[in-house]
Ligand binder design. Structure first.
Ligand code: SF4
Ligand code: SF4
Length: 163
């Protein structure tokens, strides 16, 4: 049975991006208007808010729901309460990552950003296609500078917690 944590909603609301949850009346307009929810069954912004309100912290941190959002903010335009689910998604991700709950795919991209200065490294085929289409050399990245920024923000420490 799921463990309920009554203060979880306030923990989220007290983070810089999580206050929108306090306004949510569970009308579901965010889910009805979300482009991701149309194609990914598990993605449900209304349900995310509900899980926060109910205090289902470990279920939320252990699942994929907070990680599908593409930050288009259509939900913010449609919400009658101004309850910004898109921002709340970030609040949940930030809290989850602090406890080492990072989905594998996100962790791979985060490590690539640190090691290569790019989230996705172009494949040999992509580089051949670039040349074929006259796009010139791939722009270089100052990996040292990227790592300096990531270390300042403790990004490297956070991703080292990934399970
Ligand atoms: S549209 Fe706003 S009030 Fe309605 S469920 Fe979504 S976040 Fe809550
Ligand atoms: S910001 Fe995220 S949750 Fe909101 S509509 Fe866009 S994809 Fe859906």
């Amino acid at each position: 049975m799921s463990h309920l944590e009554a203060h979880f909603m306030h923990d989220v609301a007290n983070t810089p991006r999580g206050s929108g949850v306090l306004a949510c009346i569970q009308c579901g307009r965010c889910t009805n208007s979300c482009p991701v929810a149309r194609i990914v069954e598990e993605h449900n912004p209304r349900k995310l808010m509900e899980m926060i309100i109910l205090g289902l912290r470990s279920d939320l941190f252990g699942g994929q729901l907070p990680w599908y959002c593409l930050s288009c903010f259509t939900c913010l335009d449609r919400c009658p309460q101004g309850g910004d689910v898109g921002e709340t998604m970030f609040a949940i991700r930030n809290l989850a990552v602090k406890e080492g709950n990072i989905p594998d795919g996100i962790l791979v991209q985060a490590k690539s950003l640190f090691e290569n200065g790019r989230v996705v490294v172009a494949s040999r085929m992509a580089l051949v296609q670039r040349e074929r289409h006259g796009l010139g050399e791939e722009p270089s990245v100052d990996v040292e500078a990227v790592q300096k920024i990531l270390k300042k923000t403790r990004f490297d420490k956070l991703i080292s917690k990934g399970k």
